[in-house]
Design a protein around this ligand. Structure first.
Ligand code: SFD
Ligand code: AMP
Length: 661
């Protein structure tokens, strides 16, 4: 039996390793099923394993459940979905990837319903499934309402059925990907051969060898100092257990990242982080400033100031960052707080309702949060807020890095390749494979294509799984060989434990020890740097070249100290490596913001020294690679190519001078 500081080593070889157990991972597990069967019929046995740091039933962003599925196309054309995503993400998206999700996503939602997820239907269609033509209750053009408290359980069950529980390893945190010793070619030395991590429950290090892997560890939370402090610390909108593992491990393996300057700053119910979608779209609530004014209407014309109006499709359809931008103007100029008028919205809805229906409406107002952000109900209850009587404050949160919601940071991946006009640099290999051979991603991992949400992430996992199986079949002779000895990998992973054991007697307090740094202190330093210099909440999301230079220096010094991270127990070992993933993600974010000399995403962050949208120079992707050995980042511009024409509605909405979407 292993013991702390001397773990057992478990080595395992599979064909495909799915790293993560969230929406994309469950989609991949589900999709692997039939393709493996097909491979078996053709005489090839393919072994797939899924490894999650937590428990599949409740891991990832959907852990608490959700109240809506934000991507369901139904009667919509996938090309319109591309137009919507393109507009929301300020013009620069990989339209091949977005289209690919759009054309496949509904099948996933039909499956969710088949597996037992209750989907709200319009009156008269209650007994009819979506697949049979049942009309959903739409909140917006793309969003549908669900009773989703058990959403993740339902999806996880399907994944378990497809893979078999014996092929699912829970409570193992993957720390590193390992490249292949035998490079496929000199110019692209990166092929993937393995991954290593440790159990958070037992003293065991796991080393996997494989031909292909799907890296789907979600986005990055707690890279920035959060708004929640003291007793609320740990509360965030996005899941705190997703620590940038996807971006950091991929970068270390040599994969190209794209648009890592992008982040998501959601507008949320203050302190409880309750999402606003249902309130704005379903309940039709209005927001206002401290003086009861409609600040969006009042500020709309100011979008012209820096050319931001070029990417706004009218007040009613304005993109997410621009909505934030109009709100931030109020906060900056002292007209906050911002309120959401829940009583007026509910009163209006109740106008033609029976008392029974009104009671139901009030229950729904609570259930929206009970289903997915229970902390918001805690805030309401503890502050005596009844939403039908009292307005709530709204507040933009600390920044998160992600690729599946209204953001598009992530890996640069090969697309489907079948859309007319696809350029070569959008399609060089298997669908959703990164620039590292055998390394695939989906969901929050795929960059330049946001607005997938839960259903789109699951769907993208399916897309990736299908092409991974093909990759494995095409490369059945490939024998993965790790580029360094297993003993070195184990030593590397357990370094924080060694640091603790070797230095613990130096002082009487582990927090005050010149030889080591605790994960908590490390995280505080990281969050302070990111917050104060890289456009966090304390500067109202503003930065400039001088601030970024300081951030660069401080982050570099902090990264040096990462070698001194210590862990008193397995839980702290997890915290240590999570923070290592966070700092690499934070560095990528900082480098990209430094590189892009414009303000492409006003309301998410501002380069105060380059406030304009500069399409002449920056209507392009920004891609980076990281050299693990030297610690150097290399950045470059990559050409953006549009594949979907302007639609009538879009052209009409954008028909103002300067409109360029
Ligand atoms: O209201 C390791 N999301 C919403 N999507 C919707 O469709 N509707 C909504 O209503 C949505 N809203 C919402 C959403 C999320 C959250 C937190 C809230 C509200 C409060 C977004 C979706 O949930 C999101 O887009 C997808 O879940 C993204 O999927 P994916 O697979 O990319 O990430 P994941 O599900 O978080 O899974 C990550 C997994 O990785 C594991 N993991 N495993 C091993 N080793 C490591 N090093 C690991 N690091 C992480 C995790 O355990 C997890 O299993 S609303 O706001 O709009
Ligand atoms: P949220 O609850 O903010 O995560 O948003 C859920 C869904 O509603 C996403 O698809 C958002 O883009 C959309 N949404 C949220 N607020 C608005 C709004 N004010 N106008 C239009 N769409 C919105």
């Amino acid at each position: 039996m292993g013991e702390f500081g001397n773990p057992d080593i478990v080595e395992e070889e599979v064909d495909i390793l799915i790293i993560g157990g969230g929406m994309a991972a469950c989609g991949a597990a589900f999709e692997c099923g039939p393709w493996i069967e097909q491979a078996k019929a053709a005489g090839q046995e393919i072994k797939v394993k899924l490894v999650d740091k937590a428990a599949l039933d409740r891991s990832g962003a959907v852990a608490q459940g959700l109240s809506a599925i934000n991507t369901y196309l139904g009667e919509n054309d996938p090309a319109d979905y591309v137009r919507y995503v393109r507009g929301d993400l300020m013009g620069i998206t990989r339209e091949d990837l977005v289209y690919d999700v759009g054309r496949h996503v509904d099948d996933s939602v039909w499956n969710f319903e088949k597996w037992g997820l209750p989907i709200w239907k319009q009156e008269g269609d209650e007994g009819k499934s979506l697949k049979e033509g049942g009309k959903p209750v739409r909140t917006g053009r793309w969003q549908i309402m669900i009773n989703g408290e058990s959403y993740k359980w339902i999806v996880a069950e399907a994944a378990k059925r497809a893979l078999g529980t014996e092929n699912i390893q829970e409570h193992v945190f993957i720390v590193k990907l390992i490249n292949d010793k035998n490079n496929p070619n000199r110019n692209n030395p990166n092929r993937i051969a393995g991954a290593a991590g440790f159990s958070v429950r037992e003293d065991k290090v796991y080393v996997y060898r494989f031909k292909a892997c799907l890296l789907v560890c979600g986005g990055a939370v707690n890279v920035f100092r959060p708004r929640s402090v003291g007793e609320g610390l740990g509360r965030a909108w996005y899941p705190v257990w997703n620590a940038g593992s996807t971006y950091a491990m991929a970068a270390e393996a040599g994969a190209e990242l794209t648009l890592m300057e992008n982040r998501f700053v959601p507008n949320r119910f203050k302190d409880g982080y309750g999402p606003v979608g249902a309130w704005f779209l379903l309940f039709k609530a209005q927001s206002q400033n401290a003086f009861g004014e409609d600040y969006q209407q009042a500020n709309y014309d100011t979008l012209k100031d820096h050319g931001y109006d070029a990417y706004s499709v009218g007040l009613a359809k304005m993109g997410t960052c621009l909505r934030n931008h109009l709100m931030l103007k109020e906060l900056r100029e002292g007209r906050g707080p911002i309120f959401i008028d829940t009583p007026a919205a509910m009163a209006k809805l109740a106008e033609n309702m029976t008392p029974e229906q009104i009671e139901h409406l009030e229950a729904e107002a609570w259930e929206d949060f009970l289903d997915m952000t229970i902390a918001q109900c805690g805030v309401w209850a503890s502050e005596n807020i009844e939403p039908d009587k009292t307005m709530s404050e709204l507040m933009p949160t600390e920044p998160y890095l992600l690729g599946s919601h209204a953001g598009c940071a992530g890996l640069w991946v090969s697309g489907p390749g079948d859309l007319p006009g696809t350029p070569d640099h959008y399609h060089w290999g298997y669908n959703r494979m990164s620039t590292v051979k055998g390394l695939f991603t989906a969901g929050d991992g795929v960059g330049a294509s946001g607005h997938k949400f839960s259903s789109g992430s699951f769907t993208e996992g399916r897309i990736a799984a299908k092409s991974m199986v093909k990759y494995v079949m095409d490369n059945h002779d490939l024998t993965p060989e790790l580029d360094r000895p297993v003993a070195d990998i184990v030593e590397e992973i357990y370094q924080p434990v060694r640091n603790f054991l070797e230095n613990r007697d130096y002082t009487t307090s582990v927090d005050v020890n010149p030889n080591v740094i605790t994960p908590k202190n490390f995280q505080s330093r990281l969050q302070k740097i990111m917050d104060e210099y890289v456009a966090g909440v304390s500067t109202l999301y503003q930065t400039n070249a001088a601030m970024l230079r300081i951030a660069e220096r401080k982050l570099e010094m902090l990264r040096e100290d990462a070698a001194r991270l210590c862990a008193r127990d397995r839980h702290e070992l997890l915290r240590a490596w999570e923070n290592f993933h966070r700092i690499l993600t934070g560095m990528a974010h900082m480098k990209h913001i430094q590189f892009r000399e414009e303000t492409r995403y006003p309301g998410y962050y501002y380069r105060a020294d380059y406030m304009k949208i500069d399409d002449d120079n920056w209507k392009c992707f920004t891609n980076s690679t990281y050299d693990r050995k030297t610690g150097q980042w290399t950045l470059k511009k990559v050409q953006w190519v549009g594949l979907v024409s302007k639609g009538d509605a879009e052209a009409e909405a954008m028909g103002r001078p300067g409109a360029k979407v």
